[in-house]
Design a protein around this ligand. Sequence first.
Ligand SMILES: [Fe+2]
Length: 217
Amino acid sequence: MIHAIHSQATGYQEQRFFNLQGLDGISPPQIGEHLALYAGYVRQVNVLNDQLAALRAQGRASGRDAEFAELTRRLGFEYNGMILHEYYFSSLRAGSDPRPPSGSPIALALAEAYGSVEAWQTDFRAIGGMRGVGWVLLCQDPSTGRLTNHWITLHQDGVPAGFKPLLVMDVWEHAFMRDYAATERGRYIDAFFRNVAWPAMDRRLREPCAVRPASAA
Ligand SMILES: [Fe+2]
C-alpha cells in the first residue's frame, strides 16, 4: 500500500482547461503551443521524481553525489513550471473586462491593499514590464490577509512560500511570441487583462489556503 501511495504522489496528470476558447488577443495557436509546453513540465516533474527515487534506491541520496544534487536543484524549476502554468491557464476566460466588477470581493481587497484597483493594476503591469523572463503573481498572505504583487524569475525564484496565488501572469516570451513581437510585451499584457477570470479571484479569496487549479476556473 505504501508503494501505491508513493506512485500516486509522484504521478502528476496533465490538467485540461475548458476555459480558453475565444480569448481576445491570445490566439488558439498561441494557447495550443503554450499548453504543449505546460505538458512538458508535467512530464518532467514525473521523470525527475522517478529518477530521484531510483538514485535513492541505489543509496545515492547524498549532497556530494553530483547527479542527485543537480536533479534535486531542478525540482523547483519543474514543479513551479507545472503549477504556475495551471494557475495561469485557470486565470483566463473570454468575455471579461480589464478590471474586476465594482464592489466584488477582489475589487474591494485590491482597493484596500493598494488604494484603488487602478493603482494595483499599475503596479502589476509595471512588474510585468521588468526585464527578464518570469511571472507576475498577485498573492494573499494567509496569515495576514494582505495582498501583494510579486516578480518570479524563471519559475522558482521569488515565490513567497505558503502565500496563496490569486492571479498569475506568464511573461516569458513563449507566452506571447506567436501573437506579438518580442518588443510587444505590453500589448500582450493588455490582452491578458481583457481575459482575466475575475470570479476565480473571488473564489480564491474565500479559500483558506492555496488550492491547486484542476481545470476551468
Ligand atoms: Fe509559460
